[in-house]
Design a protein around this ligand. Structure first.
Ligand SMILES: NC(=O)c1ccc[n+]([C@@H]2O[C@H](COP(=O)([O-])OP(=O)(O)OC[C@H]3O[C@@H](n4cnc5c(N)ncnc54)[C@H](OP(=O)(O)O)[C@@H]3O)[C@@H](O)[C@H]2O)c1
Length: 211
């Protein structure tokens, strides 16, 4: 199947590599195309560079918005129409980094990124907050873990989105586990209790239940 990856920086490139390793066809897009071209060359025949963000969605069942939080809404607005029948996967953490490298949350306490992003999408788009729970390095080193797969947590309000994102998570070499609806996505973010964890299914289930 085909997935668009918009944003081919740190996490977008890691997600694309892992999806391609599981057999997914990718359509890549980035701001100036250079990082998308470099990544496509590395991945090989499974990846093509789209003309622009809208073109990336052509023939894709799903789209991963691997973008920094402040640019997400603008790109979603730019390509809103073709999102209406797609799985929309968002790994973005609602954080900013200042010139000194200090990380701060961009949303008020108590507001989850999933709820905010859901409000930016057109009706019919199926949102899953996923693939942003680990740093890119940890994500790649934990995929296809053996003998027991590592869990990748996700949050969604939509049953069909849940099935679709579970397929992508398995394709990337992880065991999917739903945390809850999009209001639970703050647990997955930087600073959340399920962020940067590499655990198997049994431990993951008990962690979900502990909250
Ligand atoms: N990096 C990680 O380890 C990691 C892990 C988990 C979650 N996250 C989250 O994922 C999000 C992205 O992080 P990142 O580290 O991958 O950021 P990044 O390395 O800066 O990559 C951002 C990507 O967005 C692209 N981009 C910017 N504006 C665009 C536009 N208008 N249209 C299309 N593409 C555009 C950039 O294109 P160019 O390449 O052309 O500049 C770049 O490829 C953040 O919210 C972060 O919190 C990151």
């Amino acid at each position: 199947m085909t997935t668009a990856v918009i944003g081919t920086g740190g996490i977008g490139s890691a997600i694309a590599r892992q999806l391609a390793s599981g057999g997914e066809i990718l359509r890549l897009s980035s701001a100036d195309k250079e990082s998308a071209r470099t990544l496509a060359a590395e991945i090989g025949r499974a990846a093509v560079v789209a003309v622009d963000n809208r073109d990336a969605l052509q023939g894709a069942e799903a789209v991963v918005f691997a973008l920094r939080f402040p640019v997400l809404k603008g790109v979603m607005d730019e390509i809103a129409d073709p999102l209406t029948d797609k799985l929309v996967v968002v790994p973005s953490n609602p954080v900013g980094i200042d010139a000194q490298g200090n990380v701060s949350r961009l949303l008020p306490a108590g507001q989850s990124s999933g709820e905010v992003v859901a409000g930016w999408l057109p009706a019919g788009a199926r949102l899953a907050m996923a693939f942003g729970t680990m740093s890119a390095h940890l994500f790649e080193s934990s995929s296809h873990r053996s003998p027991e797969s590592a869990v990748l947590f996700y949050a969604t309000d939509d049953d069909r989105a849940g099935e679709e994102v579970e397929r992508l998570i398995r394709t990337a070499g992880f065991e999917p586990m739903k945390v809850g609806g999009v209001e639970q996505s703050s647990r997955l973010e930087v600073g959340g209790d399920l962020h940067e964890l590499v655990v198997g299914p049994a431990e993951a289930r008990s962690l979900i239940g502990e909250a």
